[in-house]
Structure formats: structure tokens, C-alpha cells
Design a protein around this ligand. Sequence first.
Ligand code: PT1
Length: 293
Amino acid sequence: MDEQILTCGDLSLSLLTPKVMGVLNVTPDSFSDGGSYHKSSGELDLKLVLQRVQIMLDEGAEIIDVGGESTRPGAAQVGIEEELKRVVPVVAAIRKQFDVVVSVDTSSPAVIRQAADHGAGLINDVRALMVDGALNAAVDSRLPVCLMHMQGQPQSMQSSPSYSDIVAEVYDFLSQRLAACTAAGIDRQQILLDPGFGFGKSRAHNLTLVNELHRFTTLECPLLVGFSRKSTVGEILNKPVNERVYGSLALAYEALRQGAKILRVHDVAATVDIVKIHNALEDNRIGEEWYES
Ligand code: PT1
């Protein structure tokens, strides 16, 4: 694979080295940072949002992922009007203040279109552009897209996840969505793939996907992964959401080893440190002929 450069509207993003995507949930109900940026009236406080973005950028995030619908296990779906009201002003405000790639975590064609009109640089869809109209909206936006695998829907996906071969099924799904997207006119170079950790998967399914992540590199699209503070980490450590940083970093490091190019995380500073260590080890390898042979 040659150097991947994503064209994110007026910005571009090189994936020659892995990038950190900082999570910004503008929802009242997300599992980790839900409700953090709301006034007591329940209204979103844009000043708090922009302060959080500034911190993540100072810590080294190169993408900010804005989500207006919680997709954690058990979360309820949100109406289009509410999602638009949450997401679009935030995308616009971030882009007014910062030259950073803003990703929108959405499955809705209306949100894709309006966010793109207000400066979004990437579409991150946990439903892999399968909602009616979403694929066309993404094609029209000309933005890069992240296609993720999920079994079921957030409300019920953890009730009984079941696969005969987790890796093969996720691989085939991503390969089919990749084909659908290129057929619809999305440039192959603009497509990211994500196995969807925690989305309709047991702890064993998640761990197998981590161990076998390298197999997905044969799809020849950059891999995006999100383990940050998720319940698989919590189950292994028997720790609550706010004590899962080190566990999440261990999985992120393994994912880097196996070729992940974007890490979607809450803990930006810590993750940027492990990316730097990974990069230093990679640089040190170059020129070591014995390694090639
Ligand atoms: C992800 C992701 C995402 N995760 C992409 N987008 C979430 N591309 C939202 C738990 O088990 O991995 N990739 N957008 C958050 N979703 C979850 C899922 C949060 C599971 C928590 C859990 O605790």
C-alpha cells in the first residue's frame, strides 16, 4: 500500500503514520462523556464543546469525531431533527475556530448532507451507509467514509451476539460494503474500514477480532478501530468506565502493531504517546536488512 492521503473537503489527512481521533459526544446519554457539554437547562453549551476540542487538539488529536446519537449498547435511537440540532451547529462552530478534520458519527442522510455543507471532513457510519439515502448523501459529499460492522442494532445488539466465524463474517460484510460504495462512486482511496468492536460482539468475539486484525489489511483500506473504555475492557479488568484507560491503551497498541491507522479514543494524550512509541519502533526498523530477509 502506498501513502494514503484522505481528501477531507478543504483539508487533507495523511495516514503514513497512525492518527488519533478524539471522541466528542454531543449527546445527553453517551456511555463515557454523555451530557458533559450541557447546561443545567439541558441545552448544549458550545463554549464547553470548543474548550474540549482545544484540549484534544493540544493533546495531539488530528480528527474530532462528533456524535449526536449514542450507539453504545442499549442506547435508544434519536430522531433526525434532534440529531441535526445537536450535530450541525457543533461541526460549524469547530470548523469556524479550528482547521481540523471533523468527522460526523451518523447514519442519517440529512445529517451527512448538512454536516458536509458546514465543513465536516469525514463520515463515520456505524451502519456502513445502509440507511436509505445515506450512500447517495456520502457520494455527493465527496468526503471519506468509515464503514463499520455491527450485528443488529444498538438497542439489542448485545443480547445474544452469534457468529459461526466472526472474522470471516465481519470480513465479508466489510468487503461487500466496500464494493457497494465503490460501485456507487466513492473513491476506494477514500474508504476506511472498522470491524466494530463492541457492536453485537461478545468478549471472545472482540478479542478474536483484535488478534486477527491484520487479516483485514488485505482489504487494502486503512483500518479504524475503537476500543476506548468499552465493556470488553471493563469485563477483563472488572473496572468502571473511568478506570479503563490503560486497558484500552493495551488494545490500541496491539491494533497499531497489526496495522490500524486511526484510533478512535476518549483519552487522547495517552493514546498519542503510544502512537509515538509505535512510530519510533517502526522508524528504527527501516534499514535493518536482516529484518526483511
Ligand atoms: C467505533 C465506534 C464508533 N464506537 C466507529 N465509530 C462507538 N467507527 C461509536 C461497550 O461495549 O468502535 N467505531 N462510534 C461507541 N460504541 C460503543 C460500543 C460504546 C460498545 C461502548 C461499548 O461498552
